[in-house]
Design a protein around this ligand. Structure first.
Ligand code: NDP
Length: 290
């Protein structure tokens, strides 16, 4: 006698996450998020999606229409997204830019994990920001996110060194208005002399990024000492010439690859509620760039 098969309650629907950007083809975040979803047995997908400025309103509507769990945003959408959000984290509000959206009960929550990833990478290397004197080369989006998070994590002072002085001054006024840290802007002209009492020096420019790994920020490298921690936001290559020059002076170095993996791990947890397999994510990134 024919016996109908028992219908199992199986869910084939994937939970969607991803990134909107333009250009976006070189964005490596999907590699680490997909590796983590698979390792944790989650039916999640990370879509790397080209979205132009013109199409951005439609893309934002798709988040709710497709019941997405969340999205990353990259150039040129990190600031344009602000009016679409229902809520912002404290840091994202101060930074004035969002790189991660989390959908909670249909509401869009905006977070910025760029700087949080940096602080987490330092923490994982055993470095605290409490009362530290921090110098940042650059005053763009990455510098902005990192400086705000460093200040919120207890840094005593921030020196923002930038080629275009007005951008450094604007960032310093934001830091002074919203955080307790001291802040000063310095024009970057010629080889920058790192102050002897600097605890942490960060390259937050794109100098040294592939396809120009030979490029190196203009710094008097003999002013770097073995008491300093030196970090780079450039993640490809992982060991930049900047970090190599600092390591040669005895400084402890922290790579941009760690920052990117930590940022991916924070996004993963925000979207899934599951602890991220950070070592696996960092490994996946390293293999990708080999
Ligand atoms: P922006 O374009 O917003 O800012 C670039 C900054 O670099 C500006 O301060 C600019 O100075 C400075 N700069 C660029 N070229 C030079 C140069 N030749 N000499 C001196 N200064 C220079 O970029 P972002 O801040 O968004 O990104 C910067 C880097 O950070 C990128 O390489 C990006 O990939 C990386 N990044 C890494 C992350 C990670 O997780 N590891 C996360 C986010 C970003 P000026 O104002 O004078 O033009």
């Amino acid at each position: 006698m024919y016996a109908p098969k028992k219908i199992m309650a199986k869910n084939y629907r994937a939970e969607l996450t991803g990134v909107f950007g333009d250009p976006v083809d070189d964005n490596p975040t999907g590699v680490i998020e997909e590796a983590a979803y698979e390792a944790c047995g989650l039916n999640y997908r990370y879509l790397t999606l080209k979205v132009t400025e013109e199409d951005f309103p439609d893309a934002m509507r798709s988040i709710r229409a497709l019941h997405m769990k969340g999205m990353n945003l990259t150039m040129p959408h990190k600031i344009t997204v602000l009016p679409y959000l229902d809520e912002l984290s404290e840091a994202a509000g101060i930074i004035g830019a969002v790189n991660t959206i989390v959908v909670r009960d249909g509401r869009l929550f905006g977070e910025n994990t760029d700087g949080k990833g940096f602080v987490q990478a330092l923490k994982n290397a055993g470095i605290s920001l409490e009362q530290k004197k921090v110098t940042i080369l650059g005053a763009g989006g990455a510098a902005r996110a990192i400086s705000v998070e460093c200040a919120l994590a207890g840094a005593a002072s921030l020196t923002i060194v930038n080629r275009t002085l007005s951008k450094a001054e604007e960032l310093v006024s934001v830091l002074k208005k919203h955080t307790k840290a001291e802040a000063e802007a310095v024009a970057w002209t010629g080889a920058y002399q790192v102050a002897a009492d600097t605890d942490i020096l960060i390259n937050a420019t794109s100098i040294g990024l592939m396809p120009h790994p030979e490029a190196i920020p203009e710094v008097d490298y003999d002013t770097i000492t073995d008491k300093m921690v030196v970090s780079d936001v450039v993640f490809n290559p992982a060991e930049t010439r900047f970090l190599q020059a600092a390591a040669a002076r005895g400084a402890k170095t922290v790579s941009g690859l760690g920052m990117l993996a930590c940022q991916g791990a924070l996004n993963f947890t925000l979207w899934t509620g599951v602890e991220a397999p950070l070592a696996l994510m960092e490994d996946a990134l390293r293999k990708e760039f080999e």
